[in-house]
Design a protein around this ligand. Structure first.
Ligand code: B9F
Length: 128
């Protein structure tokens, strides 16, 4: 079909990798995220993701959201985005994310959230 399918292996402009497993009937999916970047000395680990995509039948550019719980720090990132396909059939996931880090006190809450964008393109399995 010409619809974007979120399942598969993706890479963003930072070099981070994510694998999304089969999207179920309800539009829900799970997967793993391997970030290429971090801002601590912690060892980066594969981290689980869970999300949902819109499954309107007529939709060819589905909107979705997912959460990554970082295994190596007390922080979470949520992504929202939309899958677009160009004339050649190449898919891009345009996303905006919020990263919440754990802070020690209410007084530090003001600076606990970061925001940014990431663009993902499909990574061919042979490049693995
Ligand atoms: O570096 C983040 C982190 C959280 C608490 C200590 C370290 C965890 C990894 C986040 C990866 C982000 C980027 N990778 C990617 O692919 S998620 C959005 C970006 N897209 C110090 C305090 C808060 C951040 C750094 Fe930390």
């Amino acid at each position: 079909s010409s619809d974007c399918d979120l399942s598969g292996l993706w890479r963003n402009e930072l070099g981070s990798l994510m694998e999304i497993h089969d999207v179920n009937e309800a539009g829900e999916f799970s997967g793993e995220y391997l970030t290429a970047v971090t801002a601590t000395s912690n060892c980066i680990q594969n981290s689980p993701l869970k999300g949902a995509q819109h499954h309107t039948k007529a939709e060819t550019s589905p909107v979705f959201g997912f959460t990554v719980n970082w295994e190596f720090s007390n922080s979470t990132t949520v992504f929202v985005g939309q899958c677009f396909m160009d004339a050649r059939g190449n898919e891009t996931l345009k996303t905006t994310w919020l990263l919440r880090e754990e802070v020690g006190s209410l007084g530090d809450d003001w600076g606990a959230t970061r925001v940014g964008t990431n663009d993902f393109t499909r990574k061919q399995n042979r490049e693995r």
